[in-house]
Design a protein. Structure first.
Length: 478
């Protein structure tokens, strides 16, 4: 799929090109156009025009029908989306087939269903008038779109996380300007093709490609014509976007980084806890914001847990590469740092050798570390790779103190057979989501987001609709 901008219903390739590199083997997949400031200006202007034109006048039923056509279009091109996602990210094909593309389809269908009654619902109450002291008034609340919404999505789950924002933004009647990661532009371009085929009015959905600082991302998030920003990515980038947005007091919804803890109690089903921790640490080579990087295990089962986790990590195959050479080098630098800080490497710790084309790619071995103090940088800072550190604890309060001693607060897992402990511990973990005896079991209607440096706001179901629309009170004196 050739990467192109999509602005005002027209595909174009303005701007200098940069190479798209396959993370599996390091080969060049193609070229991507870098959006200039003028391209971004055109996209925002096209979105504004759509709001004043047929898209802004479209009834909720028509918007829902349009979203269903988009869902059908993605489903009809299922294999194309899988191919594009696998090529850009290097992830196992089964992941794209069972998670990325099905959830993208589900996002558009779910928000088409939620659209009925929700964004335009009215609350009616009769209250005694107080301004004049006499009479009664009828108050009701309607919701209206924010306007032009910038959607900036990351490289790790490019299709899923972009549609997670695009679908509710469109459902609420906003016009969207999307900028995917420069590392993973292909499924976004394919989605623009689907939008075009689905007959959305020109400008309702726009797409620009490019980098972040001093480029398309900065041009878009600092644009005075943007009315809201929805972003998923690392915390430092979120802070930069927030500074950009502050000049125009633009509302933001952020899902940012994490240094997610797992708490394994001695009474846990150890088979399930090891299986779940392997998944939560090494799925997509740890390149999911929800992945576990800190594992705390109650001391009676600590040695057994570490041995079993290390054995499973050494046996893993087909886990996928880092997204780029630069990111691989970052992860490897943390492994060197961990050794300098005194870590014991239980498993992994370097780059694998395959003896085939993959040796030209950006792979890192699944790695299990122990022995570091909580002050170590490899324990404090997000690595975003297939790396976890395992440490022991003795009491429930100590486990909670260790889990919460982090600038991040996105997700956590708790492994225990004690139901009372599960209900006692989970609300005290300072994260936006806590899984008990499972990981990444997601109902997309539930609130999703982080606390502290892991984000602002919540996404999912009606929570997304609340962000992408604003309530307006109408008061009529009777």
């Amino acid at each position: 799929m050739k990467a192109e901008h999509y602005v005002g219903g027209v595909f174009r390739s303005d701007g200098p090109a940069f190479p798209l590199i396959a993370p599996v083997d390091g080969t060049e997949l193609g070229a991507v156009p870098e959006a200039t400031r003028e391209v971004v200006d055109d996209a925002v202007a096209a979105a504004r025009a759509a709001l004043k034109g047929p898209w802004g006048a479209m009834a909720a039923e028509e918007r829902a029908a349009a979203l269903r056509r988009v869902a059908d279009g993605v489903q009809a091109r299922f294999e194309e989306f899988v191919d594009a996602e696998v090529a850009d990210t290097g992830r196992p094909r089964a992941f794209a087939e069972t998670v990325d593309v099905p959830r993208a389809v589900g996002n558009f269908r779910a928000y088409a269903d939620l659209l009925y009654g929700r964004p335009e619902r009215a609350y009616t109450t009769r209250v005694r008038g107080w301004s004049s002291g006499t009479g009664e008034a009828l108050n009701y609340t309607v919701r209206r779109p924010l306007g032009v919404v910038a959607v900036v999505s990351p490289w790790n789950l490019p299709l899923l996380l972009s549609t997670w924002k695009i679908a509710p933004a469109l459902a609420c009647g906003n016009a969207v300007v999307a900028k995917p990661s420069e590392e993973t532009p292909s499924t976004a371009t394919l989605l623009a093709r689907v939008m075009d085929d689905a007959g959305l009015p020109p400008g309702a959905f726009n797409l620009v490609h490019g980098h972040g600082p001093g480029a398309a991302g900065e041009f878009l998030t600092g644009h005075p014509g943007v009315d809201a920003i929805a972003f998923t990515g690392e915390s430092a980038t979120g802070a930069a976007i927030m500074r950009n947005a502050a000049d125009h007091v633009t509302p933001v919804s952020f899902e940012l980084g994490g240094k997610n803890p797992a708490l394994v109690f001695a009474d846990a089903d150890l088979d399930a806890a090891v299986d779940g921790t392997v998944r939560s640490c090494f799925t997509h080579s740890g390149q999911i914001c929800l992945c576990t990087e800190r594992v705390y295990v109650e001391r009676p089962v600590f040695e057994e847990f570490v041995a079993r986790l290390g054995e499973r990590a050494r046996a893993l195959d087909g886990y996928g590469p880092m997204i780029s050479a630069g990111h691989r080098d970052k992860v490897l630098s943390y492994l060197r740092l961990a050794r300098e800080e005194g870590a014991t490497v239980v498993a992994g710790g370097g780059t694998p050798e395959f003896g085939d084309a993959r040796d030209g790619g950006f792979h890192v071995q699944p790695t299990v570390l122990t022995g570091l103090p909580e002050t170590a940088r490899a324990v404090r800072e997000e690595i975003f790779g297939p790396v976890c550190h395992v440490a022991p604890f003795d009491t429930e309060d100590e486990a909670l103190a260790l889990a919460n001693d982090s600038p991040y607060g996105l997700a956590a897992t708790v492994w225990t057979r004690d139901l009372s402990r599960a209900h006692r511990v989970a609300p005290r973990v300072e994260t936006g989501i806590v899984w008990v005896n499972c990981w990444n079991l997601r109902d997309l209607r539930t609130p999703f987001g982080g606390v502290k440096a892991s984000g602002i706001g919540r996404e999912g179901g009606e929570y997304s609709l609340d962000f992408f629309s604003e309530p307006v009170n109408v008061c009529v004196q009777i």
